[in-house]
Design a protein around this ligand. Structure first.
Ligand code: FES
Length: 153
């Protein structure tokens, strides 16, 4: 079993094989590569080839995206490890601790938003007096662009 895993880790895959195994479209794999999240080499025929470890990286990227992290944030974290290297337990622990903190912040933010929007659901009044979404005189524009109430941490 361990011998099989060791052989698998050194296996070279085509982009089609990576797509099939990871369940991610070829275009997404190319996109991840263009963002520097994964690395490919070229074979003699100039076709992309990937080390099997790329499957782990793609799984990590997909999980991180599901927690709401941007590709930029994911790339920033992954840049702290050697590209294409086998993740050590220590590296994965550091990454998961960092992302857990981000996930907890997002959960708190969503819970706060849910609680604040309780009175708005099904209402639609946008009352300047009572609605938590009110923004008299566009005061929140001073904080920057975007939906300041809905997007605040
Ligand atoms: S929309 Fe009516 S309270 Fe917010």
């Amino acid at each position: 079993m361990a011998k099989t895993q060791a052989m698998d880790a050194g296996r070279i895959l085509s982009v089609g094989e990576v797509a099939k195994r990871s369940g991610v479209p070829v275009s997404t794999i190319h996109f991840y590569e263009s963002k520097g999240l994964i690395k490919a080499t070229r074979n003699a025929g100039n076709h992309r080839q990937y080390q099997a470890i790329v499957l782990r990286y793609i799984a990590i990227i997909r999980v991180a995206q599901r927690t709401g992290l941007s590709l930029e944030e994911i790339g920033e974290t992954l840049s702290s490890i050697q590209a294409g290297s086998k993740l050590t337990a220590s590296e994965w622990k550091d990454i998961s601790i960092k992302w857990k903190e981000n996930l907890n912040n997002r959960i708190r933010s969503l819970e706060r938003l849910r609680d604040e929007l309780d009175s708005c659901i099904g209402c639609g009044c946008l009352s300047l007096k009572d609605c938590p979404l009110r923004n008299p005189e566009d005061e929140l524009a001073k904080e920057g662009p975007g939906a300041r109430i809905l997007e605040r941490p």
